[in-house]
Design a protein around this ligand. Structure first.
Ligand SMILES: Cc1ncc(COP(=O)(O)O)c(C=O)c1O
Length: 383
């Protein structure tokens, strides 16, 4: 599916999918153009609307996710914002989990209210909070599970049931998993968004996003929004992603195995206060993670004894882990959320989602497991 499907070779019988690097398309005569613009014929009319290279990627991602249709975007945030904005208007109501990626938090807490959308955040792991918030008619439920960076697991089927009873569509930002670790549509969600920048690219080369849902949602709500506002993906990026997702299953296996090995190592280390990894028995929602995820994923976080000083000392001592704020890369990445991805939040807001100065996040890559383990052991010994 990720290697052969939805590829119609041109007259040149090329092996690899071609890049259609074009902004427009031509018509044999004026009548053909008129029919295309009237919507009487199905064809490409402008790259902001669609492109044959993007279409191959969109069809493969929809199939992988178990969705009916997909639209690829210029970034993960373009996907998140478009998925929400296309189905909201002044007076709409959104209920969201509180533990969100910083920019998603900005959209929910600050941007949408500017346009008259009522937004409410709940503690995602507490079903009674969802129940209370969804006792009123609601238009959209937005959530991220596992959450960034504390790896909270939300009971997706239970929240979807409550959301649907309140009349809401459920949008899941599945970036911390990936379609091979968790399939939110199968768990009851209506729409899934991705930052393809992460696991799908897999080598930190490109910025992109994807929105997957029903044919009706994509065609009737999302398409008019994206056609007129222009968050589309470049065909060049789509082509890179077509090549990258061919190896996603192989990369995902190695990354997740590396994460489990590192989580086990850290959990047994005297300098580590606590490890947050859904694949560990000690994770508070381990049973739920097992029920809705295939593996614990490739990301883990931990609280280190000695706070920011020791966290920074460890990050600076490591040789195989790169200090950065991305994830899903072949290079393992280490991040200090309080001073980077979540520094915009106040200390109290960070505390409310479990982020303090001693929290460190690791996104495992594809290095040999022994190299990662040895580097961590050696660096911890230096502290
Ligand atoms: C959970 C989550 N959602 C959305 C995004 C946004 O993706 P992008 O950086 O491709 O816009 C990120 C990026 O870090 C993320 O971690």
């Amino acid at each position: 599916m990720l290697i052969h499907d939805f590829f119609e070779r041109s007259q040149f019988e090329e092996m690899s999918e071609p890049i259609y690097m074009t902004s427009g398309y031509t018509y044999k005569n004026a009548e053909e153009a008129e029919a295309a613009f009237k919507g009487e014929t199905e064809r490409y009319v402008y790259a902001r609307y669609g492109n044959p290279t993007n279409s191959i990627l969109e069809k493969r991602l929809a199939e992988l996710e178990g969705g009916e249709a997909c639209f690829v975007t210029s970034s993960g945030m373009a996907a998140v914002f478009s998925s929400l904005a296309c189905c909201l208007k002044a007076g709409s109501r959104v209920v969201s989990s509180r533990a969100l990626f910083g920019s998603c938090d900005y959209i929910i807490q600050h941007l949408l209210p500017r346009f008259g959308v009522e937004t409410l955040m709940v503690e995602g792991t507490q079903l009674h909070e969802w129940e209370k918030a969804l006792s009123k008619p609601t238009d959209v439920v937005f959530l991220e599970s596992p959450s960034n960076p504390t790896l909270d697991i939300i009971d997706i089927p239970a929240v979807c049931t409550l959301a649907h009873q309140a009349g809401a569509r459920v949008i899941v930002d599945n970036v911390f998993a990936n379609p091979l670790v968790q399939k939110p549509l199968k768990l009851g969600a209506d729409i899934v968004t991705y930052s393809t920048t992460k696991h799908m690219d897999g080598q930190g080369k490109t910025l992109g996003g994807a929105i997957i849902g029903s044919q009706k949602y994509i065609k009737e709500l999302l398409t008019p929004f994206v056609r007129n506002t222009g968050p589309c993906m470049s065909p060049f990026v789509a082509w890179i992603l077509i090549k990258s997702i061919e190896t996603l299953p192989l990369r995902n296996d190695v990354m997740c195995q590396n994460a489990l090995a590192i989580a086990n190592l850290l959990e047994a280390h005297p300098l580590i206060k606590k490890v947050l990894y859904p694949g560990l028995k000690s994770h508070p929602q381990h049973a739920l993670a097992l029920a809705q995820m295939e593996t614990g994923g490739n990301i883990l976080s931990f609280y280190i004894k000695g706070g920011k000083e020791k966290a920074f000392a460890l990050m600076n001592a490591l040789k195989t882990f790169t200090i950065s704020n991305n994830h899903g890369d072949s290079k393992s990445i280490i991040t200090h959320p309080a001073t980077t991805t979540h520094q915009r939040l106040s200390t109290e807001e960070r505390a409310a989602v479990g982020i303090d100065d001693s929290l460190v996040r690791i996104a495992c890559g594809l290095e040999h497991q022994n190299d990662l383990v040895r580097d961590l052991e050696k660096s911890l010994d230096l502290l």
